[in-house]
Design a protein around this ligand. Sequence first.
Ligand SMILES: CC(C)(COP(=O)(O)OP(=O)(O)OC[C@H]1O[C@@H](n2cnc3c(N)ncnc32)[C@H](O)[C@@H]1OP(=O)(O)O)[C@@H](O)C(=O)NCCC(=O)NCCS
Length: 216
Amino acid sequence: MSGQGNSIVEIAEGIDGYELVEQADHSMNLDYIIRRIALRATCELAPGASLGRDARIRNIVGDSKRISIGSHSIIQGELTVFNRDGQIHIGEWCFVGKDTRIWSAKSILIGNRVLIAHAVNIFDNLTHPVRAADRHLQFRQIAKIGHPFIADLGQRQVRIEDDAWIGAGAFVLSGVTVGAGAIVAAGAVVTKDVPAFSIVVGNPAVVVRELSPDER
Ligand SMILES: CC(C)(COP(=O)(O)OP(=O)(O)OC[C@H]1O[C@@H](n2cnc3c(N)ncnc32)[C@H](O)[C@@H]1OP(=O)(O)O)[C@@H](O)C(=O)NCCC(=O)NCCS
């Protein structure tokens, strides 16, 4: 650890035992283990990825390839894919905090080194139909037989690009792209694209400032 410009990865590689963290670790997650034993769809975990004790994988689409978690990423929240087309792909060295819910009926793509705090909600869909009669019918189906396929749930892809940071309690909604290195403040409700290397706050979230060159 010379402190003379070494990257965090270079420093970590110098720590004894760093190479040992190469196998995916779901050993503390009983829910995942039970689902695997029951031959239910779960997710693809890259070497070094881990599911924490409270993580929940809900693969209602029924295909484990629809949820992938990259190397060294740590998931403590809930990842759900439903409505036939849902998919969630998370890159390397990401963090998804406790009580965070990421629900996809279309496509949620998360880059590398993305930090998502606790109690965040990320949805690429409306979850329920806008029309009350359709919403009730969907609810009856969910209650009795499970999630039905609904053609129009307002599905639009969500992208969270490399090095973004989503603060606690934020919402990221359908169709949004959060640009590289951007910061979504705690409690923000993001309804529109966030420019790279900017900070957005509030409801609806607006840009309060751009990160200076030495903050990037
Ligand atoms: C977004 C954040 C990083 C900004 O930090 P910062 O650089 O010190 O913020 P600034 O002082 O430049 O704030 C700029 C403006 O945004 C406002 N602001 C900052 N965070 C805000 C928030 N969460 N909600 C509403 N407004 C906020 C500030 O009051 C300031 O407004 P002003 O210019 O009118 O005074 C920080 O406020 C935040 O939300 N961090 C998330 C912490 C978290 O969720 N941790 C969980 C573990 S990952």
